[in-house]
Design a protein around this ligand. Structure first.
Ligand code: DX5
Ligand code: ZN
Length: 230
């Protein structure tokens, strides 16, 4: 059985955190972009891994994480949009991922996936697509460190926030302990950030709204300010 996760971990303290998504960064200048958000006080870097099977797109992989690990102390929050999370868990952890989030849609025995990721040495998140009900997480929700609610269909940055996500956040908040994070991913920006926080989310992925701006550090701080007004 997966172990309980009430011990201390870097994101155990509830706080609103923006998790900039590398997907919207300048891929010719990744280290520079990461340094900008780190200097602005970020704690988390969200890393979107796409395999061209689970989602109709391919992003980047293990060697990129390995290299970024050498230049960054951020918490590497790795979102596996891949059909075989168990197969690749160990190499992603070895490369420097601190947490691996797997999709419930490809996991018939989710508790075994949780065990496997923990065994590889990382914290564990589980996520669900916009078309998947919260009840799909029933078996696994107490055993993970983080639940990620997709607020767009995964595969691409820059999409429009799906409003029904807010009901899912409210439902999940009631199921999670204080040391478990509730993360939302897709379409988060100045117009949506306060609503997701009011619905109970604490960890807010933002790609285009951070790295798509001329001043990523300033854009991240502005999102934090707007989230604080919720
Ligand atoms: C989508 C990814 C997201 C994406 C968010 O498949 O999981 O993390 O980078 O991008 P924005 O913030 O631009 O919607
Ligand atoms: Zn993501």
């Amino acid at each position: 059985m997966p172990t309980a996760t009430q011990d201390t971990w870097p994101l155990a303290t509830p706080r609103i955190r923006i998790a900039p998504s590398l997907l919207a960064a300048d891929f010719a200048r990744l280290a520079d972009d990461v340094a900008k958000i780190e200097a602005a006080g970020a704690e988390i870097l969200h890393l979107d891994i796409m395999d061209g099977h689970f989602v109709p797109n391919i992003s980047f992989g293990i060697p990129v994480i390995e290299k970024l690990r050498q230049v960054s102390r951020l918490f590497f929050d790795t979102h596996l949009m891949i059909t075989e999370p168990v197969r690749y868990a160990e190499p992603f952890v070895k490369a420097g991922s601190d947490l691996l989030t797997f999709h419930i849609e490809v996991s018939h025995e989710p508790l075994r996936v949780v065990d496997h990721i923990r065994g590889a040495g990382a914290r564990v998140g589980v996520t669900l697509n916009p078309g998947t009900e919260v009840s799909a997480l029933r078996e696994v929700v107490a055993s993970v460190d983080l639940v990620l609610v997709m607020s767009v269909w995964p595969g691409f940055g820059g999409q429009t926030f799906i409003a029904s996500t807010l009901d899912k956040c409210r439902a999940l908040r009631g199921l999670l302990r204080a040391d478990q994070r509730l993360e939302v991913d897709g379409g988060i920006g100045p117009d949506t950030v306060a609503a997701v926080v009011r619905a109970g989310a604490d960890t807010l992925v933002a790609g285009s709204a951070v790295f798509g701006r001329a001043d990523p550090g300033g854009a991240m701080r502005e999102l934090e300010r707007l989230a604080g007004r919720a």
